[in-house]
Design a binder for this molecule. Structure first.
Ligand code: 26Q
Length: 825
C-alpha cells in the first residue's frame, strides 16, 4: 500500500468533505455527493506526491516531455487513482464502514471525454505509463467545456446530447491562474527596422487569455505524479488591451466572444478532417500557450536557449499540434532574437511527430487564405519554411519538378500540415509495423527517400492497469494468483500464464471468470437495452468509432446473412451468438449514422423473432465510452477487428480484447499483424485480403462488386433486403444509400471502396470456424488463456520505453514521500 495512506485520516477527510461541501453529515449525502467527498479525499492524498514530484523534477533539472494533443480520453479518474495509490482495499473498507459501495460511488463520476477515440485514448494510456515508469512529462491539451457528445438511441437513430462533464465541478482539477498566458489571433504584421535587423510585430490582433487547469496523472505505486495541463480560454480584461485597442468597444466584444467560443466543444470527427476555422483557432490556442509556457519554464533555470533540445521535447500527436513548429520558430526569433538558422536548428531538434492515419480524408490541409488571416506571423514563417524546403528538394533532386509539387509544404493554395510536421521534426513515427511500412513505401515515400533517418516505428500499446487491473478484477486476481503481481508494472511477466493453458482446472477457472463477466454485461444490457441475452452464448463484440473503413457494415450484413440461413433452416446447428455493437458516429457523417440505424433495425427484427429460438441476438450498446468499455472487453469472447487491410493504422481496442482473453476475428491490418505474430495464427481467426492486394486494386482497379452481386445469391439476397423493406417496412428507401455505397450501378468503380463484398465470403467462413471452435470448450479456453499470456508486448509501458530510448531520451525520477513530508515542514 501507498506509504502516506492512513485509513482513519482518509475516513475523517471524507466526512469533513461532506460537511464542508454540502453541509451534511455523511449519512445524509446522496451517492453523487458521496462521490465528491471521496474524490476530494483521494485528491488530498495525491497532492503531496504531486508537489514532491514537481520539486524533484526541478531539482534534477530533468529533461521534460510535452505531449501535445488535441485529445486526452482519460476516462473516469476516481477508480484509477485509488488503484494507483494502491489503496483499493482500504478505501473499499472505509466506504463500507460509512455505508457505501465503492463501485456505486465510482459509477457517479462522469467520464471526462476529451477525445474521440483511439488517438485520444492512446494519449491517456501514454500518460499513465509515463507516470508509472517515472518519466517527467506533461500532457498539454484543451479543457473543452463539452467533451465527446453523449449518445442516445431514439427509434434506432443516434441522437447527440451535450456532455456537460463540468456541470458539478471536477474534483481532480486545479486551476493555475498564475500561469495564464496571452494568445494572439489575426491582425497584421508590422515590420520595423531597428538599425540591425527587422523586427516583426503583430498588430491589430485579438487576444485571449489561456488559463491552465492541471489534472494529476498518478503513477502506479511509485509516488510519481505527472501533470495533464488543459487550457481554458478567458477574455483578456480591458486593462490588458493594448493602446491601439483601448476604447474600441466592438473589438472588446469580439474578443470576449472569441474566448467564449474557443474551447466550447471538441470536434467529434474521428479520422476525418473538417476545415473549420474554429478548429484551427483551437489548435493555435493550446499550442501557443503550451509552447510559451514551456519556454518560460525553461528560462527560469537556464540562460542558454541553445540547450533547449537537451531539456525539452515536444511530441506532436498527429498533425493537429503542428503549428508548434512555426510557433517555436516565432518565439525563438521574434522574442529570443535568434537567427533563422539558429532557431531552425533548435526547433528541428525539439519537435517530433507521430502519424496516426493514412486515410486521405483525414489529412489536414488548411487554405492559405484562412491560415494567413488567422495567424499572419505564423504564416510568414510557414512560407519561409516552405521556401527553404523547396530549395533543398531542388538541390537534392535537380530537374525533378514533380517532387517539388508532391512534397512542398504549401501547395495548391493549402498548407499541408503533415509535410510541415515532417520537415520540422527530427522524428516521424507510425503506430504499428505495417502502418510504418506503408508510410515509408507508399504514402510518405518521397519523404522517406529524402530523410530516412527520421522515420521509425512505435507500435501502440495500452495500459494494463486500467484495462485489466481496474476493468476486469476477477481475471486480474486470477492472473496474480497464478503468476504473481509483477505484471501490473511489467506485463511481460504475464507470459508465465502460458504453462497453465493446457491445465483443465485452469481452463475451467478461466471460463468461469469469463462467464461471470458475461453475466455482469448481460445485466447491464438488460438494464440499458431491455434485451435478454444468454451469457452462455458467444459474445461477439465490435466496439469502436463508426467509420466505413472499420466495416461495421460488413458485420451487420453477415448477421443478416446468418439470420437468412437460420430462417431457411430453423434446426441449423449453431452455437448461440450475441452480436454486440457499440459506436459513435460523427454528428455530420450521414452514412455512419444510417449504419447505426441499420444495426438497430436488424436487432429489432431478429431479437423479436421467436422462431429462431434465441440463437442470434443483436445488441447496440448506447453511448460507448471508456467506462463501459472496460466492462465490455472483460466480457468478450470474440474481438471483431475487421478493417479493410491497410486502413487501420494500429487499433488499440484489439489489444484490450486480447488482454482480456478474447480471440481476434480480424484482417491482417494495423497491429492485428503483430497480435497474430505474438499469439500464433492458430489462436486467432484471420481472414480477408492483404494490404498489398487492397493497395493493388486501389492503384490498378479491377474490382467490380457487381460481379459478386451477380454470382453470389446469398449476398444478393442480403443486399436486396436493404431496399425491399425487410428491415424497414415503413420506409423501403431508408437504406438505399447503403445499398448504393456497395453497388452504385452507375459508376461501379466508386462502389464498395472498402471491399466489403470482396471480403464477405472469407469473413463468413471465419465465423464458421469460430462456431466450430467454440464447441470445444477446452480448446477455446486454452486459446483464450494464450491470448492473455502473449499480450505482454502490447502494454503502453513497452511503447513508452521505446519512445524514450529512440526519441525522447528522458531519465527517470525517484520520489520518496518521506522527503515530500520533510519538504513540507
Ligand atoms: C482533424 C481535423 C479536423 C477535425 C478533426 C480531425 C481529427 C480528429 C481525430 C482527425 C483524426 C482524429 C483521430 C484519429 C485517430 O483516432 N486515429 C487512430 O489512432 C489510433 C492511435 O494511434 C490508432 O490505433 C487507430 O488505428 C487510428 O485510427
Amino acid at each position: 500500500m501507498y506509504q502516506g495512506f492512513d485509513k482513519e485520516t482518509f475516513k475523517k477527510s471524507v466526512i469533513a468533505n461532506a460537511r464542508n461541501l454540502f453541509r451534511k453529515t455523511i449519512d445524509e449525502v446522496t451517492p453523487a455527493q458521496a462521490y465528491q467527498a471521496v474524490a476530494y479525499a483521494v485528491k488530498d492524498v495525491i497532492i503531496d506526491e504531486w508537489i514532491a514530484t514537481q520539486k524533484e523534477i526541478l531539482k534534477q533539472d530533468s529533461k521534460k516531455l510535452y505531449y501535445l494533443s488535441m485529445e486526452f480520453l482519460v476516462g473516469r479518474y476516481l477508480g484509477n487513482n485509488i488503484i494507483s495509490i494502491c489503496a483499493q482495499k482500504e478505501v473499499r473498507e472505509v466506504l463500507e464502514e460509512l455505508g457505501f459501495d465503492l463501485n456505486v460511488i465510482e459509477d457517479q463520476e462522469r467520464d471526462p471525454a476529451l477525445g474521440n477515440g483511439g488517438l485520444g485514448r492512446l494519449a491517456a494510456c501514454f500518460l499513465d505509463s509515463l507516470a508509472t515508469l517515472g518519466y517527467p512529462a506533461y500532457g498539454c491539451g484543451i479543457r473543452y467545456r463539452y467533451g465527446m457528445f453523449k449518445q442516445k438511441i431514439k427509434d434506432g437513430f443516434q441522437v447527440e446530447v451535450p456532455d456537460e462533464w463540468l456541470k458539478d465541478g471536477y474534483p481532480f482539477e486545479v486551476r493555475r491562474a498564475e500561469y495564464a498566458t496571452e494568445v494572439k489571433f489575426g491582425g497584421y504584421v508590422d515590420i520595423q527596422w531597428d538599425g540591425h535587423k527587422n523586427n516583426f510585430v503583430q498588430k491589430g490582433y485579438q487576444s485571449v487569455m489561456a488559463v491552465p487547469y492541471d489534472l494529476p496523472v498518478v503513477g502506479y505505486g511509485n509516488n510519481v505524479v505527472d501533470t495533464l495541463r488543459i487550457w481554458d480560454a478567458q477574455p483578456v480584461d480591458s486593462f490588458n488591451l493594448s493602446e491601439f485597442d483601448r476604447g474600441n468597444y466592438n473589438r472588446a466584444v469580439e474578443q470576449e466572444n472569441l474566448a467564449k467560443n474557443l474551447v466550447e466543444v471538441l470536434y467529434p470527427n474521428d479520422n476525418h478532417y473538417a476545415g473549420k476555422e474554429l478548429r484551427l483557432k483551437q489548435q493555435y490556442f493550446f499550442i501557443s500557450a503550451s509552447v510559451q509556457l514551456a519556454i518560460r519554464k525553461f528560462k527560469e533555470n537556464h540562460n542558454n536557449i541553445f540547450e533547449l533540445p537537451d531539456k525539452v521535447v515536444f511530441q506532436m500527436n498527429d498533425t493537429h499540434p503542428t503549428v508548434a513548429v512555426p510557433e517555436l520558430m516565432r518565439i525563438l526569433m521574434d522574442e529570443e532574437g535568434l537567427s533563422w538558422e539558429e532557431a531552425w536548428d533548435i526547433t528541428t531538434r525539439t519537435c517530433a511527430y507521430t502519424n496516426h492515419t493514412i486515410m486521405a480524408e483525414a489529412l489536414e490541409k488548411w487554405p492559405i487564405e484562412l491560415f494567413s488571416r488567422l495567424l499572419p506571423r505564423i504564416y510568414q514563417i510557414v512560407e519561409e519554411i516552405n521556401r527553404r524546403f523547396v530549395a533543398e528538394i531542388q538541390k537534392k533532386y535537380p530537374n525533378d519538378p514533380g517532387r517539388v509539387s508532391r512534397m512542398a509544404v504549401i501547395h495548391d493554395g493549402q498548407v499541408r500540415m503533415a509535410y510541415m510536421a515532417i520537415v520540422g521534426s527530427f522524428s516521424v513515427n507510425g503506430v504499428a509495423r505495417l502502418h510504418t511500412e506503408i508510410l515509408e513505401k507508399q504514402e510518405l515515400r518521397d519523404f522517406y527517400e529524402m530523410m530516412p533517418q527520421k522515420f521509425n516505428n512505435k507500435t501502440n500499446g495500452i495500459t494494463q492497469r486500467r484495462f485489466l487491473l481496474h476493468g476486469d478484477p476477477l481475471l486480474a486476481d486470477w492472473v496474480t494468483e497464478k503468476v504473481g503481481d509483477d505484471w501490473i508494472t511489467n506485463l511481460s511477466h504475464i507470459e508465465k500464464l502460458a504453462v497453465y493453458a493446457d491445465d483443465k482446472k485452469c481452463q475451467q477457472e478461466f471460463m468461469n471468470i469469463k462467464y461471470r463477466n458475461k453475466v455482469r454485461l448481460a445485466k447491464y444490457i438488460k438494464e440499458h437495452n431491455g434485451i435478454d441475452v444468454d451469457p452462455r452464448s458467444i459474445f461477439d463484440v465490435q466496439v469502436k468509432r463508426l467509420h466505413e473503413y472499420k466495416r461495421q457494415l460488413m458485420n451487420i450484413l453477415h448477421v443478416m446473412y446468418l439470420y437468412n440461413k437460420l430462417k431457411d433452416n430453423p434446426n441449423m446447428d449453431m452455437v448461440p451468438r450475441t452480436f454486440i455493437f457499440g459506436a459513435k458516429a460523427a454528428a455530420g457523417y450521414k452514412r455512419a449514422k444510417l449504419t447505426i440505424k441499420l444495426i438497430n433495425s436488424v436487432a429489432d427484427v431478429i431479437n423479436n423473432d421467436k422462431s429462431i429460438g434465441g440463437k442470434i441476438k443483436v445488441v447496440f450498446i448506447e453511448d460507448y465510452r471508456v467506462s463501459n468499455a472496460e466492462m465490455i472487453f472483460a466480457a468478450a469472447d470474440v474481438s471483431e477487428q475487421i478493417s479493410t487491410a491497410s486502413k487501420e493504422a494500429s487499433g488499440t481496442g484489439n489489444m484490450k480484447f486480447m488482454l482480456n482473453g478474447a480471440l481476434t476475428l480480424g484482417t491482417m491490418d494495423g497491429a492485428n499483424v503483430e497480435i497474430v505474430e505474438e499469439v500464433g495464427k492458430d489462436n486467432a481467426f484471420i481472414f480477408g485480403m492483404s494490404s498489398d492486394e487492397v493497395i493493388g486494386y486501389e492503384k490498378n482497379g479491377g474490382y467490380n462488386p457487381m460481379d459478386i452481386f451477380n454470382n453470389d445469391q446469398d449476398i444478393r439476397r442480403v443486399l436486396m433486403q436493404l431496399i425491399n423493406g425487410y428491415y424497414a417496412p415503413q420506409d423501403t428507401e431508408l437504406f438505399r444509400d447503403i445499398y448504393n455505397s456497395l453497388l452504385n450501378t452507375k459508376s461501379s468503380d466508386k462502389a464498395d471502396t472498402y471491399f466489403i463484398l470482396k471480403d464477405f465470403r472469407s469473413y463468413a467462413e471465419a465465423h464458421e470456424r469460430i462456431d466450430q471452435a467454440y464447441r470445444d470448450e477446452s480448446w477455446w479456453a486454452k486459446a483464450a488463456i494464450l491470448n492473455v499470456a502473449h499480450s505482454g508486448k502490447f502494454t503502453s509501458d513497452r511503447t513508452i520505453e521505446e519512445y524514450v530510448r529512440d526519441i525522447w531520451h528522458l531519465s527517470k525520477i525517484h520520489v520518496s514521500l518521506d522527503k515530500a513530508a520533510a519538504d513540507q515542514e
